[in-house]
Design a protein around this ligand. Structure first.
Ligand code: G2I
Length: 511
């Protein structure tokens, strides 16, 4: 069966000057090296350096398919943001509920990820019954809680934040039901109980504002030194790293990590984010990217720094705006799950692009689709497509193609295809109809869309490409069963539209 490629008639609409400028720039970088392998994920880059790269997550977010896809693919470790906390796991004394945490560990198992358990003993998100216990009963309640939870998650949780946030800012011990009942001994008691329940888990103390040298990290240093001297089971220190553009980078983070490492402890960055006063602008975004980069560099420079966890990867699910009104934009990906400059900075710091001179990596892309054609039985098929660069580096478009699959039905076996409009200019868009050698359900042909060259900046989209095709005898289609067709009339991620970089499938599922 023959297939036909025809040029579209470029119907160009007026564009705002700013947009035209941005697109001209985006398309200035034509050419570039041929691409061969799919872009490494953040975790793959970190793993190549002997570290993990992880993200916090939470149960409600997992029903967001696009969110879960990136969580499952880009990260090698996850931490439940809430689901293993005391108020969730033992809301009533002696009544344990691990349902939510089990969802997290199952997700991790499915995606070959490790899990950091967070957290066994903390003054916050603590059910009121604990605070209401007579002090003499708190130790038994704490030990029981730790024992039940750490036993339940044996094998599924590789590291525990056993005690979270034990210190005030000045380095004194924070008051809590545990401190009130047991004094500073509660920390050693908690660690021993966790070790007894799961001897294989790495046990951590975790806190914020201990990333740099200072009174609070000095207090943590003194505590862990003492615990180690006493032979208390302790494997590491977690530095949360909730940073803010307006407060500066932690003082001497690398030196601080190193002093803990020199005690024989692991160090982990456990909750990294970098918030800012909204709205974001270029200067704040640049500072944020620099802070993320500096954290990665500090961890890479200290062998005992085992990995980095971001406190969720997207602004869509950040804890920041509700806690610090007017602040936000703290994460590596924006609210639309598109990578921000900080993402590129992390990738670069992790060594992306160090390809030994073998040539660049293909871009990471996704396809979005909207239905611009309500009629399933007329003589034209009119998909709206857009291509988004989901990677941290500019994506070379010269060998990128998209496929939209459909069934031809009766009539002529030759086609015309058209690009009706796109902000990138239809003259940059190529398209043709291809007959499949082996038809599949809902697919015996596909519309293939490509580009004459150019590149897409990290996070950028081509914007809408309005496409149209017909048989040369203008006979009707039946689109109702077409593989790639969707009914949504606004743009959404389209897994049934494939994106290829060269021969390699980089997005979507083929029929
Ligand atoms: O506050 C940021 C983090 C600081 N270090 C310890 C972490 O455990 C802490 O995580 C946050 C969670 O990310 C938030 O999601 O802890 C907050 C509470 O301390 C969590 O927020 C709570 C809300 O305050 C509740 O209203 C809500 O019911 O999340 C709960 C579950 O969505």
């Amino acid at each position: 069966m023959s297939s036909v490629m025809r040029c579209g008639h470029g119907r160009t609409r007026g564009l705002p000057a700013l947009l035209v400028g941005a697109l001209t720039l985006a398309f200035a970088l034509t050419g570039g090296p041929a691409t061969a392998a799919q872009q490494d994920t953040l975790h793959e880059l970190a793993a190549a350096q002997g570290k993990y790269f992880g993200s916090a997550t939470d149960n409600p977010e997992l029903s967001d398919a696009a969110y879960a896809a990136t969580l499952g693919s880009e990260f090698g470790q996850i931490t439940p943001g809430n689901s293993m906390k005391w108020d969730t796991t033992e809301p009533v004394q002696g009544q344990f509920d691990f349902t939510k945490g089990d969802v997290i560990t199952a997700f991790a198992a499915q995606h070959d990820q490790t899990v950091r358990g967070h957290t066994l003993v903390w003054h916050s998100q603590l059910p009121s019954w604990v605070g209401n216990l007579p002090p003499a009963q708190v130790e038994a309640a704490m030990t029981r809680h730790i024992t039940e939870e750490a036993t339940h998650y044996r094998g599924a949780v590789t590291a525990w934040d056993v005690v979270n946030e034990p210190f005030n800012e000045d380095g004194t011990f924070r008051t809590s039901p545990f401190y009130t009942a047991m004094g500073t001994d509660y920390v050693a008691t908690a660690l021993r109980a966790a070790h007894a329940a799961d001897p294989d888990a790495k046990l951590y103390l975790n806190d914020y504002n201990i990333e740099g040298l200072g009174a609070k990290s000095d207090a943590m240093y003194a505590l862990v030194s003492e615990l180690l001297d006493e032979g208390v089971p302790l494997d590491g220190v977690g530095m949360q790293a909730h940073l803010a553009v307006q407060y500066g980078f932690p003082y001497q983070m690398q030196a601080n990590m190193r002093r803990f490492a020199d005690l024989g402890l692991d160090v982990a960055v456990t909750e990294l984010d970098v918030r800012m006063q909204l709205p974001s602008d270029t200067a704040k975004s640049d500072t944020q990217a620099a802070y993320y980069r500096q954290v990665v560099e500090a961890c890479l420079a200290v062998e005992r720094c085992v990995g980095i966890t971001v406190w969720d990867y997207t602004d869509k699910y950040s804890w920041v705006p509700s806690t610090f009104p007017g602040q936000g934009a703290a994460n590596l990906y924006d609210e639309n799950l598109l990578p921000k400059p900080a993402h590129g900075a992390v990738r670069t710091a992790l060594g992306a692009g160090d390809d030994g001179g073998q040539g660049g990596e293909p871009g990471a892309f996704k396809a979005q689709y909207r239905n611009t054609d309500a009629s399933v039985g007329d003589n034209q098929i009119k998909p709206g497509l857009q291509l988004v660069n989901t990677g941290g580096t500019a994506g070379d478009l010269s060998d990128v193609t998209l496929r939209y699959w459909f069934t031809a039905g009766n009539g002529a076996a030759t086609y015309s295809s058209w690009c009706d409009w796109s902000p990138i200019g239809c003259s940059h868009v190529t398209h043709r109809v291809v007959a499949m050698d082996t038809p599949e359900a809902g697919a015996d042909h596909y519309l293939e869309v490509g580009f004459t060259g150019g590149s897409l900046a990290p996070g950028a989209s081509t914007g809408e490409i309005q496409l149209r095709l017909n048989k040369t005898d203008w006979s009707a289609f039946d689109e109702s069963d077409d593989y790639s067709r969707g009914s949504g009339t606004s743009y959404a991620d389209a897994p049934k539209i494939a994106v290829y970089a060269g021969d390699e499938l980089v997005w979507g599922i083929e029929p």
